[in-house]
Design a binder for this molecule. Structure first.
Ligand code: PDD
Length: 287
């Protein structure tokens, strides 16, 4: 089945789908995006993603390209036309096409692109051995709570991680506290079994996986602390892990070349990954 992309009202072959050279996303990164997981052909936590998209659009004063019901219809249509069983759906809204000038154009209509991608299961090695990460200074702007397509610092960070043979880079603020990964939220489990993740604020993306997992943890009576943690605390933690829509939850067993805990994925990471998978499976069977 060849891939199909949705571009401003049209379903086009993915290979040749294109937007105009003066799209403000291309010229200014003036746009926002979402990545929604797909399991057994169903979107997971769809409304939470659409809520965040609305928030991001609102913060940038970009009008939603369509109302939510229509949006949901198009998302399903893209999934159907691509025959996606397991993967991700990507959607991007920019301020639209206009002659290049920094201030908002008077006439531009928001541009919407939606694509779908099949994903292989997370490699067993990541789950059995965990992944290694590096740490880098957080060079991003002061509104990381908006899911904008302006991801240059994230791109550079992920590239550095790859060059150093690591899976991800945790970004560290000037106070020495971990903000988040370049495309994932950051968590630790302390030696006294508290699960810690940075509170929401302008320094991190309000991850949908983070939010879903927090609700599951509360329901299961885990001890949670939403607070900043220092890199030194992460290095001394019993466990560390990361979350995102594309990998759900991966154990981190190495930070900057130092073992986390005993260097093996811990029980919390395994249990919490399963909790999240069960949560996704419930949505699939309810849909
Ligand atoms: N990344 N932090 C950042 C900076 C992110 O880019 C992401 C998501 C997350 C996790 O958020 P969520 O749980 O809603 O996926 C945290 C997506 C997957 C990406 O850019 O591909």
């Amino acid at each position: 089945m060849s891939r199909i992309a949705y571009v401003n009202g049209r379903y086009q072959p993915h290979r040749t789908a294109a937007v105009h050279i003066e799209d403000r996303g291309y010229q200014f990164a003036d746009g926002v995006y979402e990545v929604v997981p797909v399991q057994r052909g169903k979107l997971i936590d769809e409304d939470l993603h659409l809520d965040r998209l609305e928030f991001s659009l609102g913060e940038l004063e970009i009008a939603p390209p369509m109302e939510r019901r229509a949006f949901k219809f198009v998302l399903r249509e893209v999934l159907r036309r691509n025959g996606i069983d397991r993967g991700i759906l990507y959607m991007q809204v920019t301020r639209g096409v206009a002659p290049r000038e920094h201030k908002f154009p008077l006439m531009a209509r928001p541009a919407l692109v939606i694509t779908a991608k099949r994903l292989k299961p997370v490699p067993a090695q990541y789950l059995e051995e965990g992944v290694g990460i590096i740490t880098i200074p957080d060079l991003r702007w002061k509104r990381c709570d908006i899911k904008t397509i302006g991801l240059l610092a994230n791109v550079l960070g992920k590239q550095r991680a790859a060059e150093e043979g690591a899976y991800e880079a945790w970004q560290v603020d000037p106070e020495g506290h971990v903000t988040e990964g370049t495309s994932t939220n950051a968590w630790i489990v302390t030696k006294d079994r508290k699960i810690v993740t940075r509170p929401l604020g302008r320094e991190i993306l309000p991850g949908v996986t983070r939010r879903a997992l927090l609700a599951l943890l509360q329901a299961e009576n885990f001890v949670l602390e939403e607070r900043s943690f220092a890199l030194s605390e992460a290095l001394a933690a019993a466990e560390a892990f990361l979350t995102s829509s594309s990998v759900f939850l991966l154990p981190i067993t190495n930070i900057d070349g130092e073992k986390v805990g005993d260097g093996r994925p811990g029980d919390f990471s395994k249990r919490l990954r399963q909790l999240y998978l069960d949560h996704a499976a419930r949505q699939v069977s309810a849909a």
